[in-house]
Structure formats: C-alpha cells, structure tokens
Ligand binder design. Structure first.
Ligand code: SF4
Ligand code: SF4
Length: 363
C-alpha cells in the first residue's frame, strides 16, 4: 500500500480507499470479510455514502476493534433513517441519521464530516439556511467531527463553497471520461476541472475520488464513451496522477474484488499506463501534459511528468510546488532536446518546447 498525507490534517491516507456504493449487494458475511481483507491490505480510508443503512453495521463488525487505525468520511445530508439512502438538508433529520450511523459503526466520532453532495449553488444556500452546515460546525466543536469535507460533482459549485468556508477534503468525481467531457457527471470544462485539481493541491485540500470508473462504464467497451474498455488499474492511476488527489474510492463488494484492486501495488507501470486516452483528447485538452509518464524513459533522466505537474501548479501560485520543483535532482534546463518525448507522447504535447518554457520560468 502507498499512503499520501493530507497537508491540512496530517492524516496519512491510503491511495486505495474503500467506496461503499455496491457493498449492500453482498451478504453480510461476505461484506464483512471484504472490508477486513481491504484493511489487511493496508486500506485505511472508508467512505460511507452507501446505498443501504445495513452497510454501517458491516463496518462496525469489521473495523470496530481497530477504529483508531481507520479514517471514516461520513456525509451530513445522507439520510439512512428509512433503511435506504436519501438526500436531505433538514438539520434534525441529519442529526438523527448521524447519531444512528455512529452507533452502528461502533464509534463516537468521525474523521471527516462531509457537506454532502452539493451540485448546484442553490444547494449550498439551502444547506446553510436549513441549519445543516451549522450542525456540522457544532458537532466539530464538540469533537464528534474531526475535519470538514465537501462532496460535489460540479467545479463551479466547489469553487464557490471553497471560497465561502474552510474545507479539508473534497470528494469529487474524477475519471478520464468526465475530464474529457463525456458522461452524466462530466460537469465543467477541461479548464474548470483542472482548476479544481490545482486549487486543492495549492491549498492542501485532499481529494478523495468517487466514480473512478464512471459507474463501470469505462470498464466496458460497449458502454465506454471511448468505445474501448479501460482497466480499473488504468483508471486508478489516471485519478492518482491528478493534482490534489490523495485516495481513490472504488466500490468493493467481494473479497475477490478487494484482492483484485490490491494487486494495483504489484503490477508493472505498463499495466497502469492510460496513454491510449491520447487518441480521445477533446480539442481543448490536446497538447496538455497529463503527467502520464508514457514518454519515459528520458535519456537525460528527467522526471517529465513531475516537472510538468510542478510547473502547472507553480503557475497557479502554488509555493510548495516551486519548492518541490527545486528539490528535483534534474530540471528542465537539463533537457538535451533529443525529441524522444515528442515522438512518444500520445497527447501531442510539444514537450521539447515545454522544457524550454519551464526552464525559462524557473531560471
Ligand atoms: S509529455 Fe505526454 S507522454 Fe509525457 S507525461 Fe506529458 S502527456 Fe504523458
Ligand atoms: S527532449 Fe528533453 S525531456 Fe524530452 S526525452 Fe529528450 S531530454 Fe528528455
């Protein structure tokens, strides 16, 4: 397992997290064994926006005894009092649902309390007016909520909420389909989506990734907007290469699925390579480096993906990215202009020109 640090909270978070969208389909015994298998594999981050109320007791049984070693993100606005998921902004209902969820989880606190699923700006206004946000703050003051998160599919709404209130973690729908303007939740332009990633990285807001496979569509050639299936590993690597992303939360509902996903840490880089997407870049993404490293190896030894990522972040006033860039062993000025990367890049990036531009920027 690999871990990344949330710079705002100091939490050490496994890059493979646990999504709960499908676990209600499993029988209890299998569900509990799946959660335990993921935990044994090093997964320590669990999202609890699940489909059915019964899921919470599965986690209580599987992880109750190791509660202090795992992190839960729980959603203020996901109501389970009826037995199945429902969206609400009613503060009293949220309070009762949260109390019930914590009891079923065998805990008395949550690591991240999320402002839940705001896709329109009007949702945020309603959330504040209803007292739901005040409830979240109040429970943070009481120590029941350690940190505050936000879940949303919509870049414009995310930016407005982040302008309004401090948030330590963002749950965002990230996959190549949505980033390439394809699919139900492909909200925001390429630039608007990139701006969310860059802002989160600059401000230390961690991103936990929902819908990394676009609800499974990307895994099936007959459903994929690219007409070609991607693997779960390719989608995970794609998400983990976006700035700000700390963890990907695929839904797991069987021990076999958990084991398959854990193999991500054993397979070769070639099996995670998602450069086939270069053939599908929308017009406004052509020529933009996506940090995939398909152009490796660079004969000069430059980490091309990292150099490009730090440059893009630095131009977004990210002081830490400047430090990271300067700490690299090799820099853009070490480029010998051999042209290997230009020939290899499926995203049609003129990387030779980029290296000259980056060297000028940091000189
Ligand atoms: S230059 Fe192209 S191949 Fe290399 S990291 Fe960037 S997008 Fe990937
Ligand atoms: S052109 Fe520069 S960055 Fe690209 S492969 Fe050659 S030395 Fe490396």
């Amino acid at each position: 397992m690999e871990y990344r640090i949330n710079r705002r909270t100091g939490d050490r978070i496994s890059v493979l997290g646990f999504g709960t969208s499908y676990i209600a389909n499993a029988q209890e015994k299998e569900a509990v064994a799946t959660i335990q298998r993921a935990y044994e594999g090093g997964v320590n981050y669990y999202d609890l926006a699940t489909a059915q109320a019964k899921t919470f007791s599965y986690f209580g049984k599987a992880l109750g005894s190791v509660r202090d070693r795992v992190l839960y993100q729980i959603h203020f606005g996901a109501n389970y009092l009826t037995g199945t998921y429902g969206w609400t902004t009613d503060a009293q209902t949220i309070r009762r649902s949260i109390d019930w969820q914590l009891k079923a989880l065998k805990t008395d606190y949550m690591d991240y309390g999320f402002i839940h699923c705001l896709d329109e700006f009007s949702d945020w206004q309603e959330y504040k007016q209803s007292g739901a946000y005040a409830l979240l703050l109040n429970m943070k003051e009481q120590g029941i909520v350690r940190h505050i998160g936000l879940s949303s599919h919509t870049p414009a709404t995310i930016q407005r909420v982040l302008d309004d209130v401090p948030v330590d973690m963002l749950m965002f729908s990230v996959n190549p389909g949505y980033d390439y303007q394809k699919g139900e939740y492909a909200k925001g332009s390429v630039d608007e989506r990139s701006a969310v990633y860059r802002r989160c990285e600059a401000e230390g807001i961690g991103i936990s990734v929902m819908k990394p496979f676009a609800g499974g569509q990307l895994l099936d050639a007959s459903l994929s907007p690219f007409g070609q299936a991607l693997t779960q590993y390719q989608c995970m690597q794609y998400a983990l290469d976006r700035p700000g992303v700390l963890t990907v939360l695929p839904g797991m509902s069987s021990v076999a699925q958990a084991e398959y996903l854990l193999k991500f840490f054993e397979i070769s880089d070639a099996e995670k390579d998602y450069s086939l997407l270069g053939a599908f870049s929308p017009a406004d993404a052509v020529g933009h480096c996506v940090y995939c490293n398909h152009c490796k190896p660079c004969p000069a030894g430059i980490e091309i993906g990292l150099v490009n990522k730090y440059y893009d972040l630095a131009r977004n006033a990210d002081a830490m990215a400047v430090e990271h860039y300067r700490a690299l062993t090799l820099h853009a000025e070490d480029c010998i202009q051999c042209g290997h990367c230009n020939q290899r890049c499926p995203f049609r990036v003129d990387q030779m020109a980029r290296m000259r531009e980056i060297a000028r920027y940091f000189c």
